[in-house]
Design a protein around this ligand. Structure first.
Ligand code: SF4
Length: 406
């Protein structure tokens, strides 16, 4: 087993007072913490959810964190509108709802370029990121809803093993097995202390029966990290750090946790209610030492002032975080900032004082497969950033497998 210690803090990424440049220093140890835990003010549960053991277990957990309990009389959430948009947002973001996932969610959809399939343990997130991608994909008040029919959700994944056109058909990713992404509509670690759903999912994937035949294509890069071929893989990404309960689970290498990281000023200015970047790096190290495949979700990439220096600092800090980890299996996903007209409208409503750059005239339009369009950085800027990120990762984290740039 690895012998490196699991706690560290890259001190040059610690919070820096505005206007003061950070002072690069060697990392210093920091005692482990229980992690960032959200405490909802109220928990709502529907009758169907209350009838299920996992629903009742989540209710008990939420109540133990001090949430006021309301047992609903119908299987729908009543409106949480307050007298102002700001109060409605605050009301929704402090509410945890326990519901049953609709049957339609058991028919899985692909999620390129991340994974073969997406599935959902919950919908919504308690954090307050001013660029939140959920603004473009979820409608209604941003209540965090967790699903009580977890065993049914997990069992519905089984027919999808061996199928998929994203990682399964990729020349360089087929060794990951059939991949299932659990963080499209939520940050599952943000609510794990209330749901226990990640723990169940990690156990489920770790115990999944192996196939009769191994995956067809081994990884072609002999110099890269060489994980054992997987049959199936659970994937999730997070901006939280409460991983202690996950460390000793029988994951058998079938779960890849990616930590969503960003430049210091992006995280400081636009990410509210999350764990700090140094805390996420501590959690990354702990999970890697526990033998999990790990990853970096660098998102959303923004060419802020001094972006090259800030992102270089970030990769130096990641290199420290993974130093000494045996059999490190580290990937990177590189996602530039983008927005749509509708996501901008939602975000401006949620965060009216945000300084996030949402100027359409500074972007290019890109058609989506659904016939709409999104605003992305112009071609030259994208090319410059891509070249920088790929070369900087190669320099500081040479064994990292970059999965995609978008
Ligand atoms: S952590 Fe992710 S899902 Fe949650 S608010 Fe931030 S961007 Fe949105």
């Amino acid at each position: 087993m690895p012998t490196a210690t699991s706690s560290f803090a890259p001190s040059h990424l610690s919070d820096t007072p505005p206007g003061k440049p950070p002072i690069p220093e060697l990392p210093t140890p920091e005692p482990p913490t229980p992690g960032k835990l959200w405490r909802p003010r109220r928990v709502l549960i529907t009758p169907d959810a209350l009838a299920l053991p996992h629903g009742r277990a989540m209710l008990d957990r939420a109540a133990s964190f001090g949430a006021e309990v309301t047992r609903l009389s119908a299987n729908r959430l009543s409106s949480l509108n307050a007298d102002t948009p700001g109060k409605s947002y605050a009301l929704a973001k402090t509410t945890f709802a326990i519901v049953v996932a609709p049957p339609g969610q058991r028919k899985l959809q692909p999620i390129p370029p991340s994974a073969d399939w997406q599935f959902h343990l919950a919908q919504g997130c308690p954090a307050h990121c001013q660029y939140c991608y959920l603004a473009g994909s979820l409608s209604g008040p941003p209540i965090t809803r967790a699903y009580a029919n977890l065993p049914e959700i997990l069992e519905a994944l089984r027919p999808y093993a061996g199928r998929g056109n994203v990682t399964s058909r990729s020349r360089t990713r087929a060794h990951e097995g059939t991949t299932f992404e659990a963080s499209c509509y939520t940050d599952p670690l943000a609510i794990e202390h209330l749901t226990g759903a990640l723990e169940e999912s990690i156990r489920f994937f770790g115990a999944w029966e192996p196939p009769a035949e191994p995956p067809a294509e081994p990884r072609p890069d002999p110099d890269g990290p060489q994980p054992a071929p997987a049959t199936v893989q659970l994937r999730f990404t997070t901006k939280f750090d409460a991983v202690t309960r996950l460390l000793a689970l029988p994951h058998h290498g079938c779960t890849r946790v990616r930590f969503s990281l960003n430049a210091r000023s992006v995280s400081r200015d636009f990410e509210g209610g999350t764990a700090t970047v140094p805390q996420r790096l501590n959690a990354l190290r702990s999970m890697a030492l526990a033998g999990y495949p790990v990853g970096l979700t660098i998102a959303p990439i923004m060419p802020v002032e001094n972006w090259q220096a800030e992102y270089t600092d970030l990769f130096r800090a990641v290199a420290v975080a993974v130093s000494g980890v045996d059999r490190l299996d580290l990937t990177a996903e590189l996602i530039t900032h983008r927005f749509t007209p509708s996501s901008k409208e939602v975000l401006v409503g949620w965060y009216p004082k945000s300084t996030l750059d949402l100027r359409e005239e500074a972007r290019s339009e890109k058609r989506t497969k659904f016939g709409g369009f999104k605003y992305v950085y112009p071609k030259d800027s994208m090319a410059e950033m891509r070249s920088f990120f790929e070369s900087t990762i190669r320099a500081h984290l040479p064994t990292t497998h970059i999965l995609y740039w978008t």
